[in-house]
Design a protein around this ligand. Sequence first.
Ligand code: KDG
Ligand code: MG
Length: 403
Amino acid sequence: MKITAARVIVCCPGRNFVTLKIETDQGLTGVGDATLNGRELAVASYLQDHVLPCLIGRDPQQIEDIWQYLYKGAYWRRGPVTMSAIAAVDTALWDIKAKMAGMPLYQLLGGRSRTGVMVYGHATGRDIAETVDEVLRHREEGYQAIRAQSGVPGLEKVYGVSTTQRMYEPADGNLPNEHDWDSAKYLRHTPRLFEAVREAVGEDIHLLHDVHHRLSPNEAAQLGRSLEPYQLFWMEDPTPADNPQAFRLIRQHTTTPLAVGEVFNSIWDCKLLIEEQLIDYIRATVTHAGGITHLRRIADLAALYQVRTGCHGATDLSPVAMGAALHFDTWVPNFGVQEYMPHSAQMLSVFPHDWRFERGMLYCGETPGHGVDIDEKLAAKYPYQRAYLPVNRLQRDGTLWDW
Ligand code: KDG
Ligand code: MG
């Protein structure tokens, strides 16, 4: 069996997606997601100019060898651009192999570990009252796990909270928008938010919160401690994990569970956090952490230390990534939760898929492969539009801060 063609498709049905489609001489095709929010064309070029020429003529069944070839063979290892490109190839190859086997991907990985995938939804509001309403609305829809974010009094634009009436979308500017930040205001406000949310929603709903890398380790420890009465499922990205040792300090001071890893690309980013049991959930995902092949390695390492998975699932992970993630989640023994930020109908129309949402759970389909394809004709109607993630500055003096 041989790879005969491979194409990179960049489209913008409401937001940008980079998709790789691989064709074979036996008529089977596979797709993989390569979207790197705000840096999409870098991955498209990496694939188009440097990876695809090396793929033509190879046997698509040799997934492991192709992974090693692209990882070790480039000499320049890791990094988000490289690992997203490798991930797209890997995901497309697993899609092809599962189609060859006539199996849904989760079967090829080892079979079903659960009936469905618990997801967490996003409840956001401009203030506490709005967020509480959103949490209750999610509960009505059947969500068992809900992430709560709200505007912070005195700060104009805050992570996760839409300033328009539209759904929150991380990449919102033709040039980077600027947000303002004040850790003291946030630290005062957030326990009040969770006091109100927990009071309204009762004890049975899992509550999550994303700090989005904005606190120092000591501030993160303070926040974790102040949230303990509200029994969070997790506190996410409390401080940047560039220096993973920083989590020792947080861990010494709070029992609030910690989740980290949506910006991780490799098992080496996860190693210390997992081995020292400094976190409870690892958020690396198929698209940015080297595909199914590498994510499986990360999950196996995590399992040794009772760390569970919590794959990133914002809208910048395409429906292809969601399909692959759901097969992974259905199989992985140490599953925790899956993030679910629904795509718009327009986005979904470009990616025919067989997964479905029902009362707080996502279910992968039974079609051979990962169950997602791309409608290339429709995709061509939505050309790429430059879009950036915002940057964050201290309100006090404009110092550029973590986003
Ligand atoms: O592209 C960046 C987004 O995916 C990220 O900001 C979303 O933090 C995020 C989350 O937890 O979904
Ligand atoms: Mg996050």
